[in-house]
Design a protein around this ligand. Structure first.
Ligand SMILES: C[S@@+](CC[C@H](N)C(=O)[O-])C[C@H]1O[C@@H](n2cnc3c(N)ncnc32)[C@H](O)[C@@H]1O
Length: 294
């Protein structure tokens, strides 16, 4: 059996599982997710891929309005039976990749279907006007490591991690599931970074867009051509970023600070966010745009 803090694939006896579905059975894991998100009456909380209700049933007791999204009709039937006595739970038979998300603020507490992790995070974190307040998710270990890396590898993760604190709270051992999957999972916490106004986010996107398009260039070289050498040097130094650091080594938090600083510069005009970031989750298809100097 794998133990917490221990690795993973080589230690695990995975069991035959024709449906490919692994149900979370460790109630302590579910309770930690719920505690961390501290949801309660008056709040809306979503559970994506609710399965047989391992998370939903415990969320139901918080008094929050719980929306359990599940696409498998048999699980939907089971969920409805199991949760029929809870007026605050709505079971929605739908695909998590396409269902409309609430306009009012909501949280997500969920052991998500791993096959759609990127799609789900994209839906939750990419749009500028996302109503996501916070999240406590069980995701695959490797996925959690990638999105919580000290410095984001790609522009999309940088855009998420500069606006949301993404924290790998702890390992969730494969033994927490039945049947046991081949790899461990992780509790991923998602919280908004304070002080990210729409204007700062607009500047942030432009900076990331320029910087990540510059390949292996240093942060200074990547930005100076568009922002100007003096402003770039000033912003990087004020945010404690070594100008010779490659773009992909700049921490996500530093990008939010650089954006907050440069947005005060009157000589810079920031282009509007591409419609894809405002309206839907196709961040990758957004066209690169550059700020103009007045
Ligand atoms: C790994 S199980 C997790 C079930 C439950 N959350 C648990 O922890 O026990 C994944 C669940 O997500 C559902 N699912 C997979 N893809 C989905 C999608 N695109 N939309 C909604 N549900 C989905 C599956 O039917 C399955 O019930």
């Amino acid at each position: 059996m794998p133990r917490p803090g221990h690795s993973h694939a080589r230690n695990v006896r995975s069991q035959p599982n024709p449906s490919g579905v692994h149900f979370l059975t460790a109630t302590s894991v579910v309770d930690r997710l719920i505690r961390e998100c501290s949801v309660g009456p008056g709040e809306v909380v979503l559970d994506f891929g609710a399965g047989k209700g391992a998370v939903t049933a415990r969320l139901a007791r918080t008094g929050a309005t719980v929306i359990a999204i599940e696409r498998d009709p048999e699980f939907v039937r089971q969920l409805r039976r199991r949760l029929s006595c809870h007026d605050n739970v709505r079971v929605v038979p739908a695909d998590a990749r396409t269902i409309s998300l609430p306009r009012r603020g909501f949280s997500v507490v969920s052991s998500i279907p791993y096959g759609i992790s990127t799609t789900l995070l994209r839906r939750l974190l990419t749009p500028q006007w996302t109503s996501l307040r916070r999240g406590a998710l069980v995701v695959e270990w490797g996925f959690a490591r990638r999105v919580t890396a000290a410095a984001p590898r790609d522009r999309e993760v940088a855009w998420w991690a500069a606006r949301f604190e993404l924290e790998l709270v702890t390992r969730v051992p494969a033994a927490s599931f039945r049947p046991e999957p081949a790899v461990d999972s992780a509790h991923l916490s998602v919280r908004r970074v304070p002080g990210m106004t729409p204007r700062v986010e607009t500047a942030l996107w432009t900076l990331l867009d320029i910087a990540y398009a510059a390949g292996n260039a240093t942060a200074h070289k990547a930005l100076a051509g568009t922002i100007g050498g003096r402003l770039t040097r000033g912003a990087l130094s004020a945010c404690d970023v070594d100008p010779s650091l490659p773009v992909r080594s700049v921490p996500a938090r530093a990008w939010s600070e650089i954006a907050r600083r440069l947005v005060r510069e009157r000589s810079l005009h920031w282009p509007r966010l591409p419609a894809t970031l405002v309206k839907d989750d196709r961040a990758r298809s957004a066209k690169p745009r550059k700020p103009r100097r007045r």
